[in-house]
Design a protein around this ligand. Sequence first.
Ligand code: BES
Ligand code: MN
Ligand code: ZN
Length: 473
Amino acid sequence: MPEPRETHAEEAGMMRFAPADSEAIPLYVLNSESLREWLEGREEPVRRWLELAGFTGAPGEAIVVPEASGAPLLAVAGIGDEASRRRLRFPLAKAAARLPGGIYRIESGLSGDALVRESLGWLLESYRFDRYREQPGMKARLAAPDGVDATRLETIAAGERLTRDLINTPPNDLGPAELETAARSLAEAHGADLAVIAGDDLIAANLPMIHAVGRASPRTPRLLDLRWGDAGPRLTLVGKGVCFDTGGLNLKPGASMGLMKKDMGGAATVLGLAKMIMALGLPVRLRVLIPAVENAIDGAAMRPQDILKARNGLTVEINNTDAEGRLVLADALALGDEEKPDLMLSMATLTGAARVALGPDLPPFFTDDEPLAAAFAQAAEKAADPLWRMPFWEPYEEMLEPGVADLDNAPKGGFAGAVTAALFLRRFVRKTPRYAHFDIYGWQPKAAPGRPKGGVGQGARAVLEALPEVFVR
Ligand code: BES
Ligand code: MN
Ligand code: ZN
């Protein structure tokens, strides 16, 4: 990503904890049940102040109680009950956003997994996208809590930050070349290798569909191939890097095109995940494959009814140039499959149908591997990074078969679009024993706790959480 610069929000410690030994305002995390008992142990002025303020412990309530001098004595934050936790995901972040400036130390009310989750939520809340405009940073900072691995949480937040920055950067400043630059800086920071195949070399390298999708843009299409680590199981991540999706000749209507800078959300998410894996030094041999293209229009654009031959030899009839993601992913998956990694994952803003099914904040994932599915579902819950399994439903395979070619890139009928897209991708994974595909949205349509409006990573934290489990067999 071009010119990262030190910004105000960054100086204020964006997505970082204040040092554990900071002088800090004691923060009591409460809900309606714990409030009464907690109040009983306080001095009269504290009780009266909170009563006056109408503090009930509901999620998002945040009050500072002053000493007689006016200096802060303590603060309280409401997080509500289990149901509000399920609704809001990071209820403490909602309260934290309303606290006045200062450093806070969680004194009571959270422990174990809940403490870890809410501490991360606070960091995620403090993200600002300020490349084009100064944005006031979040005022309240959290001192690194005892009993959480603060470095791990900051590393996860830094990965998420990379993902959000990449998605939020407008398409004029983030094309295939700039996505390459971002992958290169990431590789350099962690001692990884990056190989790139670009332009007509894609044809020579037998990546014809990446070329076909990207060739109409003056911004050269390319395949980014990052490798890191020299021991452990092989993990290959494939991310859709469509830097802008006009739809091609089957042009998207304006309203649908309006958000298509995020069509590299899969690439942004696998890069964020790779950053977490490398920074934490996980014992895997990591490979990241990103087809980076712009789906544009000119005389060289691929047409409806063109038949392309994919890397693995399958022929594909183009029945909608807007179903481009599966084409570029197909070649990347076929390439990844050739070395038979232990696990291959694809992440992509692949279909509108996935949103119709589950909405913007619950990405579906597809896998045939039951233990893998169970590990992801469990990790999604633990990492507060929700996922929902959908099936590779074999009876729908026939919808992908147009007759004149092996595959149709855009089955007619409009049913089960997320499933047929996933089935299409699976045709390109033949040797790899374990494969899962994530159809993500990559965008937070309106601000929620820990997720400001804009680009957002989905699935990366769940995958990170699941990896130890997945590779112990
Ligand atoms: N990038 C879009 C999918 C998308 C659209 C994701 C809106 C999130 C929000 C993808 O390239 C696309 O256009 N898919 C088509 C496929 C169809 C033509 C078979 C879709 O989902 O409508
Ligand atoms: Mn499209
Ligand atoms: Zn697309």
